[in-house]
Design a binder for this molecule. Structure first.
Ligand code: ATP
Ligand code: MN
Length: 468
């Protein structure tokens, strides 16, 4: 076959220099047609749209043609022709076909359409080849780009915090331990405690649950930073919103107080949603039509309104009133309770009908580092609550007062030997500062309209699930 340099399908589809010879490579989605002419829908991942390959059967070897089945991989030379079918402007009339990889139709699991999303999870190694997951993972890429651009444009520095951590006081959930010790033969002291001196780091270590504490160190030098990396939580919560391994974005800004932190969070999410509408519309339109007819309206809706900003105490009053009026929640609600996703969604979806930033939570249900309010009961926390999701961002103004922070760590039994380096920022040139954490996959749930967080990360890690 004549050697022609490859063109991506996304580019071919928008070309109009009909009559030109081109080469495309991709995977067969469908093949149909008559005894004389066949139509192959070819996809190379560059776009959700397939390219139609028109094959005049008489011109090709019969044995080769048999190998063109769903899932097989082809290199096709052909002439670019204006398409008469609806939708697309260009198709290819094949002049040469090479089968790069066959896909036995008896065993290839992705035949045509109609596989359930749950079945596709079991074949996560092949699911990127479906329209749905192609769309989701292209959007995932675009959202990562949006995030870096947003912060870069505003003068934030991308700061890399460690994945292995020696502190277990990050305060955000159960941790996975990291060790090179022989688990079948653990050395213990006379009290039965494990001796970590011989372990790789000479002390107990874990996978990070958050880069925030190190991020704060950087903010107190570089001014404004963000992290964007994997985080790990060993919580055994089998929900559609929790993963054991997920990606988090954590900006941290010196001199920002909670109001500016809320402004940043709102601008940030709106920028990302706008970016999706500007750059991913083919994929979003597909997901809107397939799964969630209100997706586009919901994305546009978020851009239209200011987020509601509401103290926790007022949020509880609204929820208690809902209960008094006969609304049924699974979990009890009272001042001091941590909100469940059902409560968060009630505020957003039923009461305000727009995103809500809930502030000033009781200090007992929040982390030690949050700035204490004058009332002695609440802290300057801010959670951003979203339709369909509940909490998408958790953040706060940080306690900058050395004595107050030390008192709080002592109250919460955090040993000073583990946290001295963090406390040092309050000893040397302390300053007001604020930040938050956005769960990347929670953002993707919102932007794609997918219902389960396992379907917006390529290879989900959840309890009892680490295949691929
Ligand atoms: P939740 O109450 O929903 O379990 P959290 O309060 O434990 O979340 P934070 O510690 O505030 O979460 O983390 C910041 C953000 O990280 C959350 O707002 C959420 O978007 C995301 N996040 C937290 N835990 C998970 C998880 N297990 N899987 C995916 N994203 C998560
Ligand atoms: Mn939170």
């Amino acid at each position: 076959m004549e050697k022609i340099s490859r063109t991506k399908i996304v580019d071919v589809l928008s070309r109009s220099d009909f009559g030109t010879s081109v080469n495309v490579k991709g995977w067969v989605r469908t093949r149909r047609g008559s005894k004389q002419v066949n139509f192959v829908a070819l996809n190379d991942g560059s776009t959700i749209n397939n390219l139609q390959i028109v094959i005049d059967l008489a011109k090709f070897d019969e044995e080769m043609l048999k190998l063109i089945t769903t899932g097989s991989c082809l290199s096709v030379n052909g002439t670019l022709v204006e398409s008469v079918g609806q939708g697309q402007q260009a198709e290819i009339h094949a002049t040469g076909i090479e089968v790069l990889g066959t896909a036995d139709h008896q065993t290839y699991p992705l035949q045509k359409k109609g596989h359930s999303i749950e079945f596709l999870r079991e074949i996560a190694h092949l699911r990127p080849r479906t329209n749905t997951f192609g769309a989701v993972f292209r959007i995932r890429h675009h959202m990562a780009m949006a995030i870096h651009r947003f912060f870069h444009e505003r003068g934030f520095f991308y700061f890399h915090t460690p994945i292995i951590t020696g502190s277990d006081c990050e305060g955000a959930g159960q941790m996975f331990q990291v060790t090179t010790m022989n688990l079948y033969d653990l050395k213990k002291d006379k009290n039965g405690s494990i001796v970590y001196e011989d372990d790789f780091f000479g002390k107990q270590t874990s996978l990070t649950v958050s880069g925030q504490l190190e991020g704060e160190l950087a903010a107190m030098a570089l001014g404004a930073i963000y992290t964007f990396g994997p985080t790990f939580r060993a919580e055994n919560s089998n929900t559609p919103r929790h993963l054991a391994e997920f990606w988090m974005i954590e900006p941290e800004v010196a001199f920002n107080e909670i109001e500016e932190n809320m402004d940043l969070a709102e601008d940030f999410i709106k920028y990302c949603v706008q970016w999706a509408l500007d750059n991913c519309m083919d994929d979003i339109r597909f997901l809107n039509n397939m799964f969630d007819k209100e997706l586009i309206a919901r994305l546009e809706g978020v851009l239209k309104h200011n987020f509601v900003r509401l103290p926790y105490t007022e949020g509880i009053e609204i929820l208690e009133k809902a209960v008094a009026d006969g609304y049924k929640f699974e979990f009890p609600i009272f001042w001091g309770a941590d909100l469940a996703s059902e409560h968060e969604r009630y505020l957003v979806e039923e009461h305000f009908k727009r995103p809500v930033i809930l502030t000033d939570y009781p200090k007992e249900i929040k982390a030690f580092y949050m700035k204490q309010n004058e009332d002695g009961k609440t802290v300057r926390a801010m959670d951003v609550l979203f339709p369909k999701i509940g909490e998408i961002i958790g953040g706060s103004q940080r306690e900058e007062d050395y004595e107050k922070l030390r008192t709080r760590t002592a109250e919460m039994d955090i040993p000073e030997k583990d946290i001295w380096w963090y406390l040092d920022t309050r000893r040397f040139g302390t300053a007001p500062h604020s930040g938050f954490g956005l769960g990347f996959e929670r953002l993707l749930l919102f932007v794609t309209g997918m219902a389960n967080i396992r379907d917006v990360i390529p290879f989900p890690r959840t309890p009892n699930n680490v295949e691929f």
